[in-house]
Design a binder for this molecule. Structure first.
Ligand code: PHE
Length: 340
């Protein structure tokens, strides 16, 4: 019996030693130490044993049971430690790894150009005024020397909100708002950037687009000032060799009126497809503020004169970015936007 007990002890210790997880260990506990375990099984035979030997074997069995139990608890401890180290290893964060940056957005190409244009004018001493996009007929047309039956109203296909309220077709109403807010004949030097609306939609026209209005009024302001201002602007925008030319035109709110061309930004004036071999590109409408407009806001055309211009920001962006379809600017296609 003694031999058997020692045999059990040896196998038990050996098995426990090589156990690798708690489940295995529990199985071993049942196998060796439970009521139906091997140890008890052997001790059951003690009844038939010589009475003198019984206490000796009993003592031995107790000792062996104790030894096996100790082995169990030290193994449990060992496995727990192992688990802990393992977990710490798995959960360790390498704080030296570079972080993941979320992709950053950036300014829309149209806003880039918009900002650049405004910056140039601010650099020349212009004040920036932003106006409303919904206007009354009076500010959009009437006060700009365009009465209800004026044929020039057809030049701008208008979105009407009611008979008297429109989405502004140009930024020129800001000329009226600005001068109305001043003392009569008070000098003005402003630009008004903003959205405008016309019933138009093709590769070079969008129902919503952007303009910058310019207005300079004061004693002795001439058309030479207009040309000089535009030259300074376009040379900063497209390079020092850019030339500006004025062509006679017609707007009801300016007299005389001029359309303004610059040397083609793609071929520098030698002729290409974009400028239709002319070497020039039309960029804006302008002129000397019509005396009627000045009178409408209480200014005296005998005392002051002024020039005004209105240019398309989107058109400028197309030239600057080399885009041939205006609608690309508003489609918000990231493949296009991310190039700039
Ligand atoms: N308002 C005109 C347009 O949108 C442009 C313009 C502005 C012309 C100022 C002359 C003076 O077409």
């Amino acid at each position: 019996m003694e031999k058997k007990l020692n045999q059990i002890k040896l196998t038990a210790l050996e098995h426990i030693n090589s156990a690798t997880d708690m489940e295995q260990l529990e199985e071993l506990r049942i196998k060796f130490l439970s009521k139906k375990g091997e140890l008890r099984q052997v001790l059951r035979g003690m009844g038939k044993m010589d009475a003198k030997l019984r206490p000796v074997i009993g003592k031995l069995a107790n000792r062996i049971q104790q030894e096996i139990e100790e082995k169990f608890s030290s193994k449990i401890h060992e496995l727990k430690e192992k688990q802990k180290t393992q977990r710490i290893k798995e959960e360790t964060i390498d704080i030296t790894l570079p972080g993941k940056r979320p992709p950053a957005g950036h300014i829309h190409p149209l806003n880039l150009i918009y900002g650049k244009m405004v910056d140039i004018f601010v650099g020349m001493g212009f004040e920036v005024k932003e106006g409303r996009e919904v206007e009354t007929d009076y500010y959009c047309f009437e006060a700009l020397n365009m009465p209800k039956d004026h044929p020039a109203r057809d030049m701008q296909d208008t979105f009407y909100i009611s008979d008297d309220v429109v989405l502004r077709t140009h930024t020129s109403p800001m000329q009226i708002h600005t001068m109305e807010a001043k003392q009569p004949n008070e000098p003005v030097k402003i630009i008004c950037p903003g959205r405008v609306y016309r019933r138009d939609d093709d590769a070079t026209h969008s129902p919503m687009f952007h303009q910058i209005e310019g207005l300079v009024v004061g004693p002795g302001v001439t058309m030479a000032d207009l040309k000089g201002t535009l030259e300074a602007f376009f040379q900063q925008m497209f390079g020092a060799s850019t030339k500006v030319r004025l062509r006679p035109s017609y707007f009801p709110f300016t007299e005389p009126s001029a359309e303004v061309d610059i040397t083609c930004v793609f071929c520098s004036g030698t002729g290409c497809r974009t400028c239709k071999q002319s070497g020039w590109i039309e960029v804006l409408g302008s002129g000397m503020v019509h005396p009627n407009v000045l009178r409408n806001v209480g200014y005296d055309p005998e005392q002051v004169s002024g020039f005004a211009f209105g240019m398309g920001i989107d058109r400028m962006a197309m030239l600057k970015l080399g885009i041939n379809d205006l609608r690309l600017l508003f489609a918000n296609d990231l493949r296009m936007i991310e190039q700039y």
